[in-house]
Structure formats: structure tokens, C-alpha cells
Design a protein. Sequence first.
Length: 160
Amino acid sequence: MTAAVLLDHSRLRGHACAALGELDDSKQRTLAMRERLLDVVLAAAVRVSVIVIPACEIDRVGLHRSNLRGLARALEQLDPPAEAALLTDGFRVPLARTHRAIIDGDAKSAAIAAASIVAKVTRDRLMRTAHARHPLYGFDGHVGYGTPATALRCARTGPA
């Protein structure tokens, strides 16, 4: 899953701006903090784009390439104005438009950190829904990250 966020800098005043100061890599924030930050991000965003990458695409081209393609699609769906800077976290993506890859971008850019929060909260919610349907796989615990226990469960019972 990938996400992109186009922030409206005119909305970044007062409390909203202070709250965005808490943005960072989504994995560095608790579930409750990510949920709260999502509300702040959505209030400050002009547009948000989320791309869910199908498992068949990941199987066909690999996880890394799928993520880069998904991020390119998310950025394209934002339909940002020409003057908007397009930033990615660490990697250049297959995108015709000029963009800048920033190493540790979620620690350096509010837009990248905001996209990280959007993607992680969305994935966490999807994994909780998947857990309700398929509790044997422990989706509520690993929330989509591969674990040895999940691999063993899939080997024994097949995919969910």
C-alpha cells in the first residue's frame, strides 16, 4: 500500500501546524498517535491518494518494484499543480514528472511523513478487517508485515 499527500500550506497554522510537528515515520508512532495524526493530516491536505497494490502484482514484479509503481500512481492521482514539489521517501519512482527522492524523507518532510501515516493507518484498518474474517492468520498482530508465524500458517492452511 502506498499513499501520497498534497498539503495546503495555508492550512498549516496554529494547532494544526504544531500537531504536524509530531509527524515522523509511521512505524515510530503508536496506533493511537497515528489515528490522531491522520485527522490532522486530512485537515491539512488538499488531496490524498492511496493505492492498494494487488498481491498478484507483487508476485509478478516483486515487492520493491510494486511499491515504486504504486507510489508513482499515488503521486499521479494527486494531480498536483505544476509548481508543487513532488517528494518520495528514499527512492526515485517511475514517474514522468520531476520529483526528488529524500533519504529518510519521513523524518525530513511533512508531506512524506503525512503519506506514511495515511498508508499505515489505512493498512492497519484493512488488517483488522482481515483479522475479523480470518483470525487464524493473526493479521491484528503483524498488520501485514511478514512473520515466520504467518509463513508457517500459510504453509499449513494456504493463503487466506
